[in-house]
Design a protein around this ligand. Structure first.
Ligand SMILES: [Zn+2]
Length: 261
């Protein structure tokens, strides 16, 4: 039998859980990011053409789209069969996404974007090689896409595998393990628990990949330095559906560097 005391306690617990969830939904990004990007709590939409011209605005478009998805308010823009077949005008994607191949992270769905919006390269652990660099450079030089997002995700199997530091991974998997190894070693050294170390490795891997692209000669490093192209990192949460942009990859963008110091 449920006593009054237990009932009240359960009620309080449920109430605080709902409250926590509400806070999580409104606080999608870190306060510093919210301030710098001027994100508005009640805003859900950003214009497509402006996002293509201004990568800072493009970031807002991705964040608002993900907010729609996380809050079950997706509008699924330009995703009909007719939209897919209507491509005479070519493409003008406003963002390049370097994401993990994980089947649970479909980029257009989690950012609630449509056909022609995102230029996507996906490999396990979003590990990049020569062909990935060429693909990203094609987007910046030919398609004039000005926003690049490295997108990791929670419970990433590739990062998890790298954490085990296997001695003889099969076939070409060794390429992935070796690329993620520095992040996994960093996490093992700096995390206080196994769960925390996987999360830390996932974030560190993204931060390292952002740094790699920002310094990639000869195209991206120059573009990033001039402020033509923004390169940022984010991590997708498989449970809440939220994409969290990593603060250090936003505060270090040219426009915010001085404000944050
Ligand atoms: Zn993954």
């Amino acid at each position: 039998m449920i006593t009054k005391k237990v009932f009240l306690k359960t009620l309080m617990l449920t109430g605080s859980l709902i409250f926590c969830q509400a806070i999580m939904l409104t606080a999608q990004q870190a306060p510093e990011i919210t301030k710098l990007l001027k994100l508005e709590a009640d805003q859900y939409f950003a214009d497509r053409d402006s996002a293509y011209l201004d990568p800072y605005y493009g970031l807002k478009k991705l964040i608002y789209g993900n907010k729609r998805f996380a809050e079950n308010k997706s509008i699924k823009p330009r995703q009909t069969d007719a939209d897919l077949k209507n491509n005479e005008l070519g493409q003008k994607p406003f963002a390049t996404i370097i994401g993990c191949a994980d089947s649970r992270v479909p980029n257009e769905i989690i950012f609630d974007q449509g056909v022609g919006d995102l230029f996507i390269t996906r490999t396990a652990g979003q590990v990049m090689a020569e062909a990935s660099y060429g693909t990203i450079e094609y987007a910046t030089e030919v398609l004039r896409t000005r926003l690049i997002v490295v997108l990791g995700h929670e419970s990433c199997g590739a990062v998890g595998a790298a954490m085990k530091l296997p001695e003889n991974p099969p076939g070409h998997v060794v390429t992935l393990i070796n690329a993620i190894k520095p992040a996994s070693l960093y996490a093992k050294k700096n995390a206080s628990s196994a769960d925390e170390s996987l999360d830390l490795a996932i974030r560190k891997n993204v931060v390292e990949q952002v740094a790699l692209l920002r310094n990639l000669e000869p195209v991206l490093s120059r573009r990033f330095e001039k402020g033509d192209v923004l390169i940022v990192g984010a991590v997708y949460n498989l449970h809440t559906g939220q994409v969290e942009f990593l603060e250090e990859t936003i505060t270090s963008l040219p426009r915010f560097k001085k404000q944050s110091n």
